[in-house]
Design a protein around this ligand. Sequence first.
Ligand code: SF4
Ligand code: SF4
Ligand code: FES
Length: 231
Amino acid sequence: MRVKLRRFREGSFHTEEYSLEDVEGLTVLELLYRIREELDPSLSFRAMCRSSVCGTCTLKINGEHRLACNTRVEGEEILLEPPDVFPPLKDLVVSQDSIPDRLRKAKVWVVPGDREAGPAEVGRISRPRDCILCGVCDSVCPPLIEGKAFGGPLLFTRFYSVFDDPRDGRGEERLGDILPFNVQSCVHCGNCNLFCPKGCMPERWITLTESRLLRGGYISRKEEDFGFLGF
Ligand code: SF4
Ligand code: SF4
Ligand code: FES
C-alpha cells in the first residue's frame, strides 16, 4: 500500500510517501505506528486509548474526518492529513487548546443542585454526554472552516449535556453563558451529525439551545429563518 502523509514542519506542509506490505485490516492508527516503528521514527501523531474513547486521534483520512483508531485501512493508497480548523503543530498533530478554552469560557461543567435524578431522567442526555471531544464535528463545520465567530458543534453538544442535566443547579443562568457563542451562525447543514463517530447528533442540541435562547428572549428569530425549513 502507498501511504501519503501530509506533514506540517516549520511553518509549512509537505507530503511524504511510504510503501508498506501486509496492512489490509489494520486500523489507520496501527498503520501509523508501523510507519513510525519500521520506517520513520520522527513521525508525530496523537493517540492514547486506541478504542474510540479519548478523542485524540482525529485525522483527515482520504478527505474525510474520522478517528484513526476506528477506521480500517483499505485499497492501494491512502492519504492522511491533520484535521482542518485546528492549528497544525507538527506532522499530523494539531493544537486542541481551543476546546478546553471554549468549555471554560462557557462554564460547561455540572454544578450540583439539590435534585437527585434517576437513570431514566439522566438517560435523556446520554447522546450529548457520549461526546469524546474529538473535534471531528468542528472540523467539518462550514462556519468554523470559514473562520466565523461560532462556538461550534462540539461546544454546543457538551453545553447541552450540562444544561439539560437534571442534577445541575445553574439551570437557566447557563443561557447567558452560551449566548456569546453565536448559536445562530449554524447553517444546519448536518455535517456534524453525519460525521460524529459517537452518534452524538450535535445539530440537534444546537437547535434546542437556539430555541431555549429564543424562548428566553436572549435572541430574536433570524429574518431568513423559516422554522423547520431554515438552513
Ligand atoms: S460531538 Fe461527536 S464529533 Fe463532535 S467532538 Fe463530540 S464526539 Fe467528536
Ligand atoms: S449543522 Fe451547524 S454545527 Fe453542524 S456542521 Fe453544519 S453548520 Fe456546523
Ligand atoms: S486513540 Fe483514543 S479515540 Fe482514537
